[in-house]
Design a binder for this molecule. Structure first.
Ligand SMILES: *Cc1c(COP(=O)(O)O)cnc(C)c1O
Length: 440
C-alpha cells in the first residue's frame, strides 16, 4: 500500500493522516496502486454488500447513463426509480406502500423527520413536535440527523446548533444493561416504562414519533433489539398516536439475514423506515424512506391543503436507482440472503473457536460484533483494527463506548474467505495481546 505521493488538495476526514489510495476493487478485495490487496471485511461500513467490481451492477449504471442521467424529480419520474420502488414494496410483505429515494442516510433521516411532522400537521395535530430517540444512537451527520442521534464525541462541538425537539432514552442492550436477576421480559418492561415516563413528561400529545435503530451499531456494536421490544414499542406508539420510525440504514437491506432487520426481531413493522448503505451496494450514493400505508394515506388525502414542501436536487436519481435496482435484483436472483445467514453462522462459530479474550459476539446474519473481555484502561479494539489492516484485512471499529469490532463482510463471501478473515483477525488479536502483555 502506498500513500499518495503528491500533497493532497482534499479536506480529508482527518487533516493529519495520510490516506492509502484505493484504485481498484475485486470481489471482497480493495486493490492498491502497487497491486497489493486489502480484504474489505466490513464492506466499508456495511456498504459493499456485493463486493467490488460486480459486472451486472456496473452495466446497469453504464446503460442508464447512456439513456438518461438526470431529469428533475419536480417534473419527471424514471423507469429505474419506479421499478426499484416496486421491487422494494413487493419484497417487504405489505409493510409499506410508497418509497422516496434520496442520496444519503442522513438525508433520509432528515426527510423521515419532516414527513412525520407533515403527517401530524396534515391531521391537525400541530402540537406534535417532540421526537423520542435513544442514547448512543447514530442517525447521521447533518444537523437534523445529529440532533436525533446521540454520540457524545460527534455532537459535542455542534451541541449549540442542535434541535431541542429530540429527547433520548436508554438504548436496548440486554446482555450489558440488565440488572442482576432481571430476565429479558422484565428488562423490556423497564425500558418501556422509561418511554412511558418520557411521553408523560413531554405531554403525550406533543410526541411526533419514536425513532430508533433496530440494531445499534457504531456506538454499541451490532446490538439487536431485545425479545418483544419492537412489538411493545409499536403498541406504545399506537396508544399515544405517535409514529414509529426505524433507522435501518446500516443493519437493513439483507445484512441481518432478512431484508429488514426488524423481520428477524419480532416482525413489528414501523410507519417509516430509512435504508441506505447496502441499498446500492456502494456503486452509487442512494438511500430511501419506506413509507407505510397510514402515513401515505393521510398525506395523500391532505395533499391540496398541506403539500409536503421538501426536496433534494438528486433525489430519485436515475443512475443511483439503476445501480440499486441491479443490486437488489442480484440479491433476489442469487438468493444471497441464504448465504448471509449461512456465512453469518459460520463466521460466528469460527470467531468463537479462534479469537482469544472474547467477551461476547453479538448480531445477526453478516452483521456481527466481537467484544473483547478487557479492562476499561486496557482496550485493544483500536490496535486490533490497525494491526488487521496492516495484515491485509479492513475491519470496522465500534465507538469508545465498547471495546468492540464490527464485521459486515459482503453477502457474496465464501466459506474459504470466512476462514481467511477469521484467521487474520485471530492472529492480529493475539499479536496485540502479546504486544500489550495481556497474554503471553
Ligand atoms: C450510516 C448511517 C446513517 C447516515 O448515513 P450517511 O449516508 O452516512 O448520511 C444514518 N443512520 C444509520 C443507522 C447509519 O448507520
Amino acid at each position: 500500500m502506498i500513500a499518495s505521493p503528491q500533497p493532497t488538495a482534499i479536506f480529508h476526514r482527518s487533516l493529519n493522516k495520510n490516506y492509502d489510495t484505493a484504485s481498484g476493487g475485486d470481489g471482497v478485495y480493495i486493490v492498491h496502486p502497487d497491486g497489493s490487496r486489502t480484504v474489505d471485511r466490513s464492506s466499508g461500513s456495511a456498504v459493499s454488500c456485493l463486493g467490488h467490481g460486480h459486472k451486472g451492477v456496473i452495466e446497469a449504471i453504464v446503460d442508464q447513463a447512456r439513456k438518461m442521467a438526470f431529469a428533475h424529480t419536480s417534473f419527471f419520474t424514471s423507469d429505474p426509480a419506479e421499478e426499484l420502488a416496486r421491487l422494494l414494496i413487493d419484497e417487504s410483505a405489505n409493510a409499506f406502500t410508497k418509497v422516496m429515494f434520496l442520496s444519503s442516510g442522513s438525508e433520509a433521516v432528515g426527510s423521515a423527520i419532516k414527513i412525520t411532522r407533515q403527517y401530524h400537521v396534515s391531521r391537525g395535530e400541530t402540537k406534535r413536535v417532540n421526537f423520542i430517540c435513544r442514547q448512543y444512537a447514530y442517525h447521521g451527520n447533518t444537523l437534523g440527523a445529529l440532533s436525533a442521534g446521540f454520540n457524545p464525541p460527534r455532537r459535542q462541538t455542534f451541541e449549540p446548533l442542535l434541535s431541542s425537539a429530540f429527547h433520548h432514552v436508554s438504548p436496548c442492550f440486554f446482555s450489558r444493561d440488565a440488572k442482576d436477576g432481571e430476565d429479558e421480559k422484565a428488562y423490556v418492561n423497564r425500558l418501556l416504562q422509561e418511554y412511558e415516563d418520557m411521553f408523560e413528561k413531554l405531554g403525550s400529545s406533543s410526541v411526533a414519533a419514536v425513532l430508533i435503530e433496530t440494531m445499534g451499531w457504531a456506538t454499541l456494536g451490532a446490538v439487536p433489539a431485545a425479545k418483544g421490544y419492537l412489538m411493545r414499542l409499536r403498541q406504545l406508539c399506537d396508544k399515544h398516536g405517535a409514529l414509529l420510525i426505524y433507522g435501518e440504514v446500516m443493519c437493513g437491506m439483507g445484512r441481518a439475514g432478512t431484508l429488514h432487520a426488524w423481520q428477524s426481531l419480532g416482525n413489528a413493522a414501523p410507519d417509516l423506515q430509512t435504508i441506505g448503505k447496502g441499498l446500492g451496494a456502494g456503486y452509487q450514493p442512494i438511500s430511501a424512506i419506506l413509507v407505510g400505508h397510514k402515513v401515505h394515506q393521510v398525506m395523500q388525502a391532505s395533499q391540496a391543503q398541506h403539500p409536503f414542501v421538501s426536496g433534494h436536487t438528486y433525489q430519485g436519481h436515475s443512475i443511483g436507482c439503476a445501480a440499486a435496482l441491479a443490486t437488489q435484483q442480484t440479491i433476489v436472483k442469487d438468493d444471497l440472503l441464504a448465504n448471509v445467514r449461512a456465512m453469518g453462522d459460520l463466521l460466528e462459530e469460527e470467531l468463537r473457536k479462534q479469537v482469544p479474550n472474547l467477551k461476547e459476539i453479538k448480531g445477526l446474519g453478516l452483521f456481527k460484533a466481537v467484544e473483547f473481555a478487557t479492562q476499561p484502561g486496557n482496550r485493544i479494539a483500536a490496535d486490533v483494527a490497525s494491526t488487521c489492516l496492516a495484515n491485509g484485512a479492513a475491519v470496522y471499529l465500534c465507538s469508545a463506548a465498547v471495546d468492540a469490532i464490527l464485521f459486515a463482510p459482503p453477502f457474496i463471501i465464501s466459506e474459504q474467505e470466512v476462514h481467511e478473515l477469521v484467521s487474520i483477525f485471530a492472529a492480529s488479536t493475539r499479536q496485540v495481546l502479546q504486544e500489550k502483555k495481556i497474554m503471553q
